[in-house]
Design a protein around this ligand. Structure first.
Ligand SMILES: *Cc1c(COP(=O)(O)O)cnc(C)c1O
Length: 385
């Protein structure tokens, strides 16, 4: 195989859509499907010495292998020194990285405004004797917390506040102090941002959101340079058993074929919705990194290739936000984000996020943008005052 051809047979200079549709595909075999179906196996035929690769179902599965190659080809195109491990959920991947890399006495820097389960993770890390520092994502505030840290955890754009930090700048500063750097790439997806190319050691994400995009499976992954650290992540997966089901892994791989179509469509529509919201007097705190005057736009434009599908904003009161969500017809009131069907929710209903009562996180799906904009504006009107 020549150097300029990736494992799926895709030329090294192919576009992202081409890479997405072919990512992780095996070499063609006559009479076999293009993407072989899920392999359901707790164990494999294994006469003699157990040299692998496929021995027992908690260690390895060929359906995961293909998915992991696909994700790796998008997170780190053209690099064959990088390895990806699939997990049962985003939290399984996040926990695997943190708990396999950190020891009692280590210090980790987390974002203070990240995913809502991070405070639970923090409590568990502290119970194991790991010091946890937090700082906000915006303004690269984590820079001031790095002295003596073993690991820096970045979430950019942050969920749900959509702040962005300069990943390259933070990674350089962390590496200068001997710390490892992980980026939660859930919101951006590998087509929106490539943390490894920006200097991070690991890209970690929930595949439950836009990567798979249909709101029907949970999945997670860690991508990093093959070596000691990834070996420890793999060992953690084996010990804890937080493995994806073969059916989920196969559905995820199938979904990645449309990733570029979905992220382009959803990002364009999210921008249209954000621009429509900006003209409304009852909307404050509007955030979308793709808006030219968004506080995060300048940094985002430097390190992101697409700005995602999530728009956040605040309505004057909790009651107004509830009426707005109820009045929407094309947007389901539901948590999570990134799916082909638009969803929105009042984040304050969960507690945990430091957001106003009227704060709404809206995930823009693959519907026609004119229909969505009309639905959102109509619902705003009907929910007045
Ligand atoms: C949803 C989410 C997670 C957790 O993923 P699960 O698949 O729900 O376990 C982690 N980080 C971010 C930014 C998320 O949005």
């Amino acid at each position: 195989m020549s150097d300029s051809v990736t494992p799926g047979g895709v030329p090294g200079d192919a576009g992202e859509g081409t890479r997405a549709v072919r990512a992780g595909l095996p070499e063609p075999v006559k009479y076999e499907p293009t993407l072989p179906g899920p392999v359901f196996a707790a164990h494999y035929h294994l006469p003699g010495e157990p040299t692998g690769p496929y021995t027992y179902g908690r260690d390895e599965n060929p359906t995961w292998t293909r998915l992991e190659r696909a994700i790796g080809e998008l997170e780190a195109p053209g690099r064959d020194d990088v390895e990806t491990l699939a997990f049962a959920s985003g939290m399984a991947a996040i926990s695997a990285l943190l708990f396999s890399q950190l020891r009692s006495g280590d210090t980790v820097v987390l974002p203070g405004d990240g995913y809502q389960a991070l405070p639970l993770v923090r409590a568990q890390l502290e119970a194991y004797g790991i010091e946890v520092r937090t700082a906000p994502t915006g303004g690269d505030a984590q820079l001031d917390a790095l002295d003596g840290a073993r690991l820096l955890w970045i979430e950019s754009p942050s969920n749900p506040g959509l702040d962005v930090c300069d990943i390259r700048r933070l990674a350089d500063a962390a590496h200068a102090r001997g710390a490892l750097v992980a980026v939660d790439n859930t919101l951006a997806t590998p087509l929106g941002q490539r943390p490894l190319a920006l200097g991070a050691d690991f890209s970690v994400a929930s595949g439950t959101k836009q990567l798979t995009g249909h709101g029907d499976i949970l999945l997670g992954y860690v991508t990093g340079r093959a070596g000691e650290a990834m070996t420890a992540v793999r060992r953690w997966r084996k010990i804890v058993g937080a493995i994806p089901g073969p059916m989920e892994a196969w559905l995820a791989h199938r979904s990645i074929a449309t990733l570029q179509l979905r992220v382009d469509r959803q990002a364009a529509s999210a921008l249209a919705v954000a621009e429509a919201l900006r003209s409304r007097p009852e909307v404050t705190g509007l955030r979308y990194p793709g808006l030219r005057d968004d506080p995060a736009h300048e940094v985002a434009a430097r390190q992101m290739r697409r700005f995602g599908c999530v728009v956040s904003f605040t309505l004057p009161t909790r009651a107004r936000a509830e009426r707005f969500l109820e009045a929407l017809r094309l947007v389901d009131d539901a948590t999570s984000f990134g799916g082909v069907r638009s969803t929105a929710e009042r984040r304050g209903r969960w507690g945990g996020d430091a957001v106003p009562e009227g704060f709404v996180r809206l995930s823009v799906g693959a519907e026609d943008p004119e229909d969505l904009v009309a639905d959102v504006l109509r619902a705003l009107g009907e929910s007045a005052p």
